[in-house]
Design a protein around this ligand. Structure first.
Ligand code: FE
Length: 130
């Protein structure tokens, strides 16, 4: 991994325009368009901004929402959870702790024993097969 970008200009150069919009501007990708949505291989999902390990394939499930969904982070220390009030909703934002990139949101309606649904933009993730 190259050095962490320090300015928004550097981030723009590193990321695709879609990744920049999601990670740096808290955007949301169009559902059912992400390349990792239906990925079922074994491995780890890393931050597409900085490479930090975020989610394991063991925790991925099909939520039907059109975004990759996980029932818990690989390592809670690698993500930051923050209340947000955008779009007249109170939600909990999920960020990458290392680079501060916006990943998605977490909801309390998950179908597994954790009860959580981490709803994550596919373009905020890279996949490493294990
Ligand atoms: Fe990151």
């Amino acid at each position: 991994m190259k050095a962490m970008p320090k300015t928004e200009e550097e981030w723009k150069k590193r990321l695709s325009s879609e990744q920049y919009h999601v990670l740096r501007e808290k955007g949301t990708e169009i559902p059912f368009t992400g390349k990792l949505l239906n990925n079922k291989e074994n491995g780890v999902y890393t931050c597409s901004g900085c490479g930090s390990e975020l989610f394991s394939s063991d925790t991925k499930f099909d939520s039907g929402t059109g975004w990759p969904s996980f029932d818990k982070p690989e390592n809670l220390e690698n993500v930051e959870l923050k209340k947000d009030f955008l779009h007249e909703m109170v939600r909990t934002e999920v960020l990458c702790r290392k680079c501060g990139g916006h990943l998605g949101h977490v909801f309390d309606d998950g179908p597994t024993e954790t009860g959580k649904r981490f709803c994550i933009n596919s373009c905020a993730l890279e996949f490493k097969r294990k």
